[in-house]
Design a protein around this ligand. Structure first.
Ligand code: DOR
Ligand code: ZN
Ligand code: ZN
Length: 370
């Protein structure tokens, strides 16, 4: 990590931080099926603008990535359109445990939706959950959407099956405390938290309305404080970037989810400026930590340059995500991504994306995955 002072003295002290490219291990890119919300080209543009060079995309698409044919079609679309590194998850259904296990080497991991969520993937019955725990060969983890007592149930399965499990978007005090105990007992578990659960609470709901609705929902201040108090237990910050259009969010049945790719680094580096975490901790949570969970290599000749110490207002203006809004609208931050370099090429600079669709890379999906 390199830093260089450009204004060494005075009030408006500003620093250029040179950081490793971030890896966001939980995003929804909506392809196939919902490209009016996002697609591989727009979602990976948002990633690069946010200093994120690697994304792992969730399988709750239409149709879901729950069979080899649909999975291969998504790989083809990602190869044609992505601008950064993309890995794809397989989704577990009641019928597909053996089928997804057979294509495990090509996926970032297996995602099991065990609680209320958006999209067609939801596992209810215990026999199906058990079949997935039996069949999944690893080595990459089973990632779970498991809230509250469902998280406790999953920890029971980790103890019995001893397979690596990754807890997505941990949001409540009891969940992080349970995961802490599991780690202390040596169970193979990892976890992520989202920027929205770190920087927003249910007290923001009256102001945000449907734009503050997601699963898991915004939690209490005590829950939020428990996340901050247990940062060493947290392996990664991941956005759960879940774009839905403004019209959908303002409609009669607002779908849950908020975008996050373009605001994660500015928010975390603002917390660094405020002394709430160290710069080393921010790098661990956005780069080295998430890469370790999924065995992602750091791309060579890759870094992010951030202006740090000034003052900027987060806004929907200039966002690259197709949904075109942010739940952090109007917030003052102390950092801004100025330039992103991937494989030695400037892919984002001063508000402009330079990487064309198809210049990215699909991870895991085969020897010819370029
Ligand atoms: O808020 C959410 N949105 N939670 C989920 O589990 C799914 C996601 C989405 O795909 O929109
Ligand atoms: Zn989820
Ligand atoms: Zn998600």
């Amino acid at each position: 990590m390199m830093t260089r002072n450009i204004l060494p003295t005075g009030e408006a002290r500003m620093t250029i931080l040179r950081l490793p490219g971030a890896a966001d291990i939980h995003v929804h890119l909506r392809e196939p099926g919902d490209t009016h919300k996002e697609d591989f080209a727009t979602g990976t543009a948002a990633a690069l603008a946010g200093g994120v060079v690697t994304v792992l995309a969730m399988p709750n698409t239409r149709p879901p990535l729950a069979d080899p044919t649909t999975f291969q079609e998504a790989v083809r679309l990602a190869r044609a359109k992505a601008r950064c590194e993309v890995g794809l998850f397989l989704g577990g259904t009641a019928e597909n445990a053996e089928i997804v296990a057979s294509v495990a080497p090509q996926a970032a991991g297996l995602k099991l939706y065990l609680d209320e969520t958006y999209g067609p993937l939801r596992l209810e019955a215990l026999p199906a959950i058990l079949r997935h725990f039996q069949a999944w060969p690893g080595p990459r983890p089973i990632a779970v959407h498991a809230e509250g007592r469902t998280a406790a149930m999953v920890l029971g399965l980790v103890a019995l099956f001893r397979k690596p499990v990754h807890f997505c978007h941990v949001s409540r005090r009891e969940e992080i405390l349970l995961i802490r105990r599991a780690k202390e007992r040596g169970l193979p578990v990892t976890c992520e938290v989202t920027p929205h659960h770190l920087f927003l609470t249910e007290e923001d709901l009256p102001r945000l309305g449907p734009f503050g609705q997601m699963r898991p929902p915004l939690a209490s201040r005590a829950d939020q404080e428990a996340l901050w108090a247990n940062l060493p237990v947290i392996d990664a910050v991941a956005t759960d970037h879940a774009p839905h259009t403004i019209e959908e969010k303002q409609g009669p049945h607002p779908p849950p989810g908020v975008p996050g790719l373009e605001t994660m680094l500015p928010l975390l580096l603002t917390a660094v400026a405020e002394g709430r975490l160290s710069l080393e901790e921010a790098v661990r949570l956005t780069a080295t930590g998430p890469r370790r969970i999924y065995g992602l290599l750091e791309p060579p000749q890759t870094w992010v340059e951030v202006e740090w110490g000034g003052s900027w207002t987060l806004s929907r203006e200039g966002l690259f995500t197709r949904c075109g809004w942010t739940p952090f609208e109007g917030l003052t931050v102390r950092a801004r991504v100025r330039r992103t370099v991937l494989w030695g090429r400037v892919v984002f600079e001063e508000g402009t994306i330079h990487a064309p669709p198809g210049s990215g890379r699909v991870l895991f999906a085969g020897l010819d995955s370029r």
